[in-house]
Design a protein around this ligand. Structure first.
Ligand code: SAM
Length: 402
């Protein structure tokens, strides 16, 4: 397939795709042509990160959230029953991760200030002293001092999806962003880097990142400067998303030199503004930033999502890329395998106690799990065996390449 053929003598690694080529692949619908993309992504995955599938145990600590993201089932304004786990409850989940030989636990939650800086720091210290596990934080947009304290406590990774690189769309779907209690006056960032170049400080005298289109990207750069491995990602098919902006997302993944990249389909939640047919209609017509011309909406399908996974693997060959639960939700039968066969090398099994799962329903179908962590693990091992892959050993951080 011409678009995937590298020139002889070119730089090592997969052929670098141009923006136009990425766009062509994103719009490609012929299954026989796409099979070349799947094969190439699988080959690059095997050559760069091998056949191991790293297992990261997901612990959803709290469903409280101060944000009101237009797409999310646990958005703050929803009147739903909420929970926050105790340290001992979290540690029980951590022990399960250890017993099942996972290499990492991911501490995820709504943006909940009730999870105080000290609580999270103490939890990290306990996990790091009592287990060999790597700790990933996925707690939303938290403060710079907090990130610094959590890094000092031993946290290894920070995961914060930038969701979309289209600044206008980002603003529309994150209405309360101006209220961020994130970066603030007096917080002086360390020398952050994107790729190899130092970046200018994003922090203004007023503290709430005005002028920075996507505060999540700035927080990621800051976390990188503190020594965290950093992870981002997008929702594929979020209403208003254009092919152009999705190509920009893939470009941004590479520019940020991310260690982890999570791309799942947008799954409409009926009790959110973007889950309503009229909400979706209003946001559906994307506009190209550059030309101003109306563009078509990216579909939130399994095929579209795996195109993004595959192209991300080609753009970022060494990254850790999960086959997401959202993908397994839109294609219940084969979604997980499709992700793993089209570029992904990470699986994030859910360790949250069953009694809390229904209260962390960010989209429908996600929380219906009835399997305990142990039962789920048996199915996971069978799936990996069926597709010729093996569970990863150890924390599964970024491999150092020379
Ligand atoms: N509060 C943290 C944050 O915002 O990063 C972590 C929790 S948040 C629920 C985790 C991820 O869920 C988000 O980054 C978003 O991509 C995803 N998500 C939320 N609602 C979704 C939906 N309706 N469909 C697909 N993914 C969704």
């Amino acid at each position: 397939m011409k678009l995937l053929q590298g020139k002889s003598g070119a730089e090592p690694g997969p052929k670098r795709l141009t923006r136009e080529e990425v766009l062509t692949w994103l719009k490609e619908e012929e299954e026989w042509k796409l099979s070349f993309l799947w094969q190439e992504a699988d080959k690059v995955r095997r050559e760069h990160v091998g056949d191991e599938v790293h297992l990261r145990g997901l612990i959803e600590l709290s469903s409280y959230c101060r944000r009101d993201c237009l797409y999310c089932g646990i958005r703050g304004s929803r009147k739903i029953e909420r929970y926050r786990m105790s340290e001992d409850e979290v540690m029980d989940c951590v022990r399960t991760a250890q017993k099942l030989e996972y290499g990492t636990v991911v501490l995820q939650s709504g943006e909940d200030l009730g999870l105080t800086t000290g609580f999270i720091a103490s939890l990290i210290r306990r996990i790091k002293t009592e287990t060999p596990l790597a700790v990933t934080l996925s707690l939303g947009e938290r403060g710079l001092d907090e990130l610094r304290e959590w890094r000092a406590a031993g946290a290894d990774r920070n995961l914060l999806k930038h969701e979309t690189s289209d600044p206008e769309l980002f603003r529309r779907i994150h209405p309360q962003n101006g209220d961020s209690k994130g970066p603030k006056i007096g917080d002086s960032p360390p020398e952050a880097r994107i790729g190899r170049s130092p970046v200018q400080s994003p922090f203004s005298a007023r503290g709430a990142l005005p002028g920075f289109a996507n505060p999540r990207v700035e927080l990621l750069k800051y976390a990188r400067g503190l020594g965290f491995e950093i992870g981002s990602g997008v929702m594929v098919g979020i209403p208003g998303q254009t092919y152009q902006s999705l190509a920009d997302d893939i470009k941004l993944f590479r520019e940020l030199d991310l260690e982890m990249i999570g791309c799942g389909p947008f799954v409409p939640h009926p009790d959110t503004p973007l889950g309503q047919p009229e909400g979706r209609m209003q946001k559906t017509e994307g506009r190209s930033q550059k030309s101003g011309a109306a563009e078509s909406q990216v579909p939130a399908t399994d095929v579209m999502t795996t195109k993004v996974v595959a192209l991300t693997r080609l753009a970022c060959p060494d990254a850790n890329i999960p086959s997401t639960t959202a993908l397994a939700t839109v294609n219940k039968e084969h979604g997980r395998e499709l992700g793993l066969e089209r570029g992904a090398n990470v699986w994030m099994p859910n360790l949250t106690p069953l009694k809390y799962r229904a209260m962390y329903e960010i989209y429908p179908g996600k929380a219906k799990a009835i399997d305990t962590a142990e039962q789920f693990h048996q199915n996971l091992l069978a799936t990996l065996e069926r597709i010729g892959r093996v569970p990863g050993k150890g924390p599964g951080g970024r491999k150092e390449v020379i």
